[in-house]
Write a protein that binds this ligand. Structure first.
Ligand code: NDP
Length: 400
């Protein structure tokens, strides 16, 4: 019996590591009492070379762009602050809150010293805080304009949550303030950084024309409004702070999704409302609207404050369909494509829309360049949402 000439060949020929003591004892006539030799596991039992992982190295902490979070509510605490840690270029640098105790607790958890914690009253001294490059505004909608203007006045870049503001006039004022300050303004449209939504865009309007010409889009977004303080939707139920109802809060995903999937702007809209059914709510409960696009495509969209979690986008083309369901969840997205030839679900590993969005803001700030979802993108949605309300109020088609 010839001895194998390499360790891997040896393992393959012997049928695996367990056969090693038997083979050795037969060929070398070791005494039966000798202990079995120690065998280290092969680095790769399949014999395949390890795949190379291309992962850019994150910036060192002192090179990262510092973010101050303005408003320590549910979205800031549960999604944004934890995801900052997974970025390549961003870091948490400061906190702005109306609740000093909360800011201290969060500061302690994330290593933000008290001299980088600000109240709304002493906010303006943040201008002197060199650790802060970007202010991320995560306040009730009606406060976005004022805080964006204050952030620009302090000489910082701004990332502002959706909806950008309550009126198109407010949005324009925010854009102008950024231009005057020479700083960047980005809107937190996380879905536009989501690898699943980006893949869906490619399927719908990429060169391969996977589903032919897109003709119909259906988008639905809904959640149950819980309009009291304990359940944290108190401000969402008040027009003064929310600006609008389900449309401004979640219907905006239906609207923005239809626009980015088709890659064109609607030319007209018809709509109808569902009024609130609870007396403490003074914003609309639901809206259904139809948008017509220059290509001839139509989008039927809806939003509701009286359903349990709807986050669905469906595009029907002349040769197939693309479904995202859920489309805009924080961590779960399912993408399906169906044509005559195939019916498949696409899986994209490690897809994190939050880190992609935060890194885009960090790079736009570092390079002082327009980000992918600038203020102008937020303004377009607010203009259309105002037109949707006009169409619902008048019962007539509104031209955009
Ligand atoms: P929360 O009510 O959970 O938090 C809002 C925070 O704003 C409060 O905790 C408070 O922070 C501060 N605040 C200041 N003034 C007021 C006021 N008068 N009433 C209430 N809060 C006030 O809201 P969310 O975090 O859910 O939403 C904040 C923004 O983020 C909204 O614009 C919303 O549309 C957007 N959002 C975006 C999401 C996305 O997926 N892109 C998801 C969820 C929200 P403090 O106590 O620190 O002062």
């Amino acid at each position: 019996m010839s001895l194998p000439n390499s360790r891997r060949q040896f393992i393959q020929q012997s049928g695996g590591l367990l056969a090693l003591p038997t083979l050795l004892s037969a060929s070398t006539r070791l005494a039966p009492a000798a202990p079995p030799p120690v065998v280290l596991p092969a680095p790769d039992p399949t014999g395949q070379p390890m795949p190379e992982l291309e992962q850019p190295l994150p910036d060192a902490p002192d090179q990262r762009i510092g973010f101050a979070i303005v408003g320590l509510g549910a979205y800031a605490l549960n999604q944004i602050i934890p995801n900052l840690g997974g970025t390549q270029h961003a870091k948490l640098a400061a906190l702005v809150s109306g609740n000093a105790e909360k800011a201290r607790t969060v500061g302690k958890a994330y290593g933000i010293a008290e001299d980088h914690q600000y109240s709304y009253d002493d906010f303006d001294r943040i201008a002197e805080d060199e650790s802060v490059d970007v202010l991320y505004i995560i306040l009730p909608n009606a406060m976005h304009r004022e805080w964006t203007e204050r952030a620009f006045a302090a000489g910082k870049h701004v990332l502002c949550e959706k909806p950008m503001a309550v009126t198109a006039e407010d949005c324009q004022a925010m854009i102008d303030a950024g231009k005057r300050a020479g700083k960047q303004l980005m809107i937190g449209y996380r879905a536009q950084y989501d690898p699943y939504n980006l893949r869906a865009i490619e399927l719908v309007r990429g060169e391969s024309k996977e589903i032919g010409e897109p003709r119909l889009v259906f988008t639905e977004h809904g959640r149950m409004l819980k309009p009291n303080k304990e359940q944290r939707d108190e401000w969402r139920a008040q027009k003064e702070l929310a600006g609008g109802g389900s449309l401004y809060d979640i219907g905006i995903y239906s609207l923005n999704g239809a626009r980015y999937l088709l890659g064109e702007e609607p030319v007209s809209v018809t709509a109808n409302y569902r009024e609130p059914s609870e007396k403490e709510v003074d914003v609309e409960e639901g809206v259904a609207w139809t948008m017509n696009f220059p290509s001839g495509a139509t989008a039927n969209c809806s939003s509701s404050y009286r359903v349990e979690q709807a986050k669905r986008i469906f595009v029907q083309g002349t040769e197939g369909e693309v479904t995202l369901d859920p489309a805009t969840d924080y961590y779960v997205r399912n993408l399906y494509v169906k044509t005559k030839e195939k019916n498949t679900q696409l899986i994209i590993p490690r897809a994190n829309q939050f880190t992609a969005m935060l890194d885009e803001m960090a790079l736009a700030a570092r390079e002082n360049r327009t980000p992918k979802t600038p203020g102008e993108e937020g303004l377009r949605d607010v203009k259309i949402m105002q037109a949707i309300y006009r169409a619902a109020d008048s019962g007539k088609k509104v031209t955009l």
